[in-house]
Design a protein around this ligand. Structure first.
Ligand code: 5GP
Ligand code: ZN
Length: 121
């Protein structure tokens, strides 16, 4: 299913629920986490509804690759890229309750900023 009408992140991607977007294109949307764990905390989601990383197949490999490259480009855009010294950011994909996943639409967390972080630290 490319759009799940009951899914929070599908609704955010469609603009039906407001969010602070930092990027939008045909395939992905990135927006600020409503409960940021770090100074910079952005979620990158595909517009396609995929519940978890476990639900990904070989055919999703190009999408997953582009999603990670987008994370890196957004880190550049948001001023948190790894440029040497003490700089850099963290990328997290939680999968299932055991992985701490709360929203069942695939997303990558992009976290950066001074420690301590509130969670995921
Ligand atoms: P997960 O735990 O599933 O990896 O991450 C879900 C993230 O979505 C959490 O960090 C949570 O704060 C964030 N989140 C949950 N609901 C909303 C919302 O309505 N808007 C935004 N921007 N973020 C949300
Ligand atoms: Zn969804």
């Amino acid at each position: 299913m490319s759009h799940d009408p009951n899914c929070l992140f599908c609704k955010i991607a469609a603009g039906e629920i407001p969010s602070t977007k930092v990027h939008e294109d045909d395939e992905f949307v990135a927006f600020r986490d409503i409960r940021p764990a770090a100074e910079t905390h952005v979620l990158v989601i595909p517009r396609k509804h995929i519940a978890t990383l476990t639900d990904c197949h070989e055919s999703d490999a190009p999408l997953l690759g582009r999603m990670l490259v987008l994370v890196a480009r957004l880190a550049d855009k948001l001023g948190v890229a790894y440029t040497g010294g003490e700089t850099g950011f963290r990328t997290v994909i939680n999968t299932g309750p055991g992985g701490g996943q709360e929203v069942y639409h695939l997303h990558a967390h992009l976290l950066a900023g001074p420690r301590p972080w509130l969670r995921m630290g």
